[in-house]
Design a protein around this ligand. Structure first.
Ligand SMILES: NC(=O)C1=CN([C@@H]2O[C@H](COP(=O)(O)OP(=O)(O)OC[C@H]3O[C@@H](n4cnc5c(N)ncnc54)[C@H](OP(=O)(O)O)[C@@H]3O)[C@@H](O)[C@H]2O)C=CC1
Length: 645
């Protein structure tokens, strides 16, 4: 359809709003999140072994944890989140020697450990994304860091805070049970030992448990009938198989793809980074698209040391100040005359607040009758940007039909905005074909190829890359137990999943839940949000470790603390989140994705269930407001709302 927008016009065109609805409706699938198979549950071999672990060396080494050990602070996860919990504990005056970390990988980094696909980079500015830059003195090489540098930085942090030898690798906790007599957690875990080796069961007890399992941690693929008979090779981007592609995480020469017909399913934030790399090497690349990404300018730059000293690392506290400035722009709280320090595409998405909270024209407590007006205002805020991104496709992609298919027809908050300078130009290459499935996706495999559900046509390929994302963080009970794929049984043996299903989310400030003493987690439910999720985790790690440390400082007998929010405090906070949940109403009209639990979120019609879902909302007044609120709470120094110390 012809867009009627011209620069400077803010009012959304009703025809385009209608197009948004039509494009969304095309994509709603009755099976919702059940269209996928979680790779941690399937018998697919994609995830069965860690390609990066040195199993022989690990099997020969003295284990960091033995069956029956007692630990003071147990951190589940060795990504940046787990590291931040550990570092912030140490900065609270607690000893690194009392900390143990477990992870199913074999090195620090979490998502940056597992994801090593070619073209991997972080889409948030490295100067604010990479934690602890001031403390480590590290200067990122580029404005946007590449994968290997992000993993190295995780190792750097571990080394600096004496955590390198505190992690037990290839180990996954599957159950944690609170013992009210000892005031400790009993944690059951399994240690993998590599191909052909028997795994080992371990039980230990811990006084405190910190859950840092990550948000997008279970890769999934669509259920594709016939995959088992596909004669080509395939893998998921979260476990890139360089033995199939050639190259390595530090060598982007995908030599083995020369002469090969390669297919990639998915065009999300990962695929946008991968596709330009595949396009360089494959004889032919078929990109199977269900929904196009919105792709903005990246503007990658090497770090210039003069600029670094004069404009970035300008003095003590610079990283926090730069992050606060970034957050003020993405939550639409900045004034037009404020400096925009990061000044990239993120900071110009005025309507991103629809998904992370921020300044609403009607405030943040939106009564049901005002929701249409609130959502209309969000669309108005978004319209100019959305149009300019569609115009950007026309300016770059030469074939008009392909350009039309690459245009996103949804507002900026419905899918992760992407930024890349080589993605759209890749579609001008003669060896790249966009297979637009008109919202239907791929429906199955044959021994030789893949079937486009829209046309029923088979495309013959030799290698298939699944860039199909992860289990939605909005699925299941949403509890930290569900997120970590484990059972957490609190006081009286109550399952945390059962509590969250029955009552809805229930926390104080998104970090702790009544009935689960001495156990902390970094939101995201009832906490806060930002495009820079690393900063969110860090703030919540600081808050959690403060509560733990302060509880220990205040306790008459520190071995007997059982810190948890009181039921009253938890309910009061849940109500505060619920009262502000209407602010997120714009998400309901979104084209399905992991943000809407693949459309399942919109199927909740029962009022009780809607209220439960509303309780899960992160604080909608924006991250600055959340941090002010918890900062004032902390300054009182009373641990108000907590009991058990
Ligand atoms: N910080 C960073 O730099 C980066 C962060 N990330 C994070 O990871 C998240 C996940 O990104 P990503 O890995 O791309 O996963 P996504 O869930 O965003 O994308 C999955 C893709 O697979 C498509 N798909 C799923 N099933 C089918 C099917 N049957 N047929 C055809 N296509 C299908 C989806 O289409 P549809 O949209 O229609 O569902 C979508 O394009 C991002 O949103 C971001 O938060 C990822 C990369 C970089």
């Amino acid at each position: 359809m012809a867009a009627t927008w011209s620069p400077g016009t803010a009012a959304p065109d009703p025809a385009i709003q209608q197009k948004y609805v039509e494009e969304r409706n095309k994509r709603i699938r009755a099976e919702g999140s059940a269209q996928f198979v979680d790779l941690n549950k399937s018998d697919q071999k994609i995830l069965s072994e860690d390609p990066w672990a040195d199993h022989a060396a690990l099997n020969a080494a003295e284990p960091v944890l033995k069956d029956g050990d007692s630990v003071k602070f147990l951190v589940l996860g060795a990504g940046y989140g787990g590291l931040l919990f550990a570092v912030r504990l140490i900065q609270e005056g607690l000893s690194a020697s009392d900390i143990r970390i477990i992870d199913d990988g074999a090195g620090f980094g979490g998502t940056w450990y597992w994801n090593r696909y070619p073209g991997l980079m972080c889409d948030v500015e490295s100067y604010i994304y990479m934690p602890l830059l001031e403390e480590t003195g590290y200067v990122p090489k580029h404005k946007y860091a590449y994968g290997p540098e992000l993993r190295e930085h995780a190792e750097r942090i571990a080394k600096q805070w004496d955590l390198s030898d505190k992690a037990m690798w290839r180990t996954q906790a599957h159950a944690a049970t609170w013992n009210d007599d000892t005031k400790r957690w009993s944690v059951a875990m399994k240690e993998g030992r590599g191909p052909g080796q028997q795994s080992r069961d371990l039980h230990l007890d811990a006084q405190f448990v910190f859950c840092a399992s990550g948000l997008l941690n279970v890769p999934h693929i669509p259920k594709l009938p016939g995959l088992e008979n596909f004669e080509g090779k395939y893998f998921h981007t979260a476990r890139w198989d360089y033995s199939i592609s050639g190259g390595s995480p530090t060598d982007p020469s995908l030599e083995l793809l020369k002469g090969k017909r390669v297919g990639i399913i998915g065009t999300g934030a990962t695929a946008v980074q991968v596709i330009p790399q595949l396009a360089k090497w494959a004889e032919h690349l078929y990109v199977f698209q269900r929904t196009p990404s919105a792709v903005d300018v990246r503007g990658q730059q090497e770090t210039n040391m003069d600029t670094w000293k004069t404009e970035v690392a300008t003095g003590k506290g610079w990283q926090r100040a730069r992050t606060d400035n970034f957050n003020s722009w993405i939550t639409d709280m900045a004034s037009p005359n404020d400096p925009n320090l990061v000044n990239d595409g993120w900071t110009h998405i005025k309507a991103y607040k629809a998904i992370i909270g921020g300044k609403g024209r009607l405030g943040n407590m939106i009564p049901p009758e005002k929701i249409p007006e609130h959502v209309a205002a969000l669309h108005e805020d978004d319209f100019e940007r959305a149009q300019s991104l569609r115009a950007r496709v026309d300016a770059i992609v030469k074939d008009k039909e392909t350009a039309e298919k690459l245009k996103p027809w949804y507002p900026s908050w419905c899918k992760r905005p992407t930024f890349h300078d080589d993605y759209l130009p890749a579609f001008n290459q003669p060896n790249v074909t966009l297979v637009d499935t008109d919202g239907k996706g791929c429906s199955g495999m044959t021994p030789r190829g893949i079937i486009d559900a829209h046309t029923g046509k088979e495309y013959e390929i030799d290698v298939l890359v699944f860039s199909t994302g992860y289990r939605s963080p909005g699925g299941g009970s949403g509890s930290p137990a569900w997120r970590a794929s484990m059972t957490i049984s609190g006081r009286g043996g109550r399952s945390m999943d059962e509590k969250f299903v029955t009552e809805g989310a229930a926390t104080l400030h998104g970090i702790a839940s009544n009935g689960y003493p001495n156990l902390f987690f970094p939101g995201p439910l009832q906490a806060t949000a930002s495009a820079n999720f690393m900063f969110v985790i860090d703030c919540l790690a600081q808050l959690s470790t403060y509560v733990a440390a302060e509880g220990l400082r205040k306790a008459a007998d520190p071995t007997k603390v059982a810190l948890e929010p009181s039921k009253e405090a938890e309910e009061a906070w849940s109500m505060q989140c619920l009262m502000r949940a209407g602010f997120y109403a714009g998400i309901s009209g979104c084209t399905p994705s992991y943000m809407t639990n693949e459309g399942d979120r919109d199927k909740v019609v029962d009022m009780q269930e809607q209220m439960k879902a509303g309780r899960a909302a992160p604080w909608s007044e924006g991250i600055a407001s959340f941090l002010k609120l918890v900062g004032e709470w902390k300054a009182e120094g009373k641990l108000s709302g907590y009991v058990g110390f």
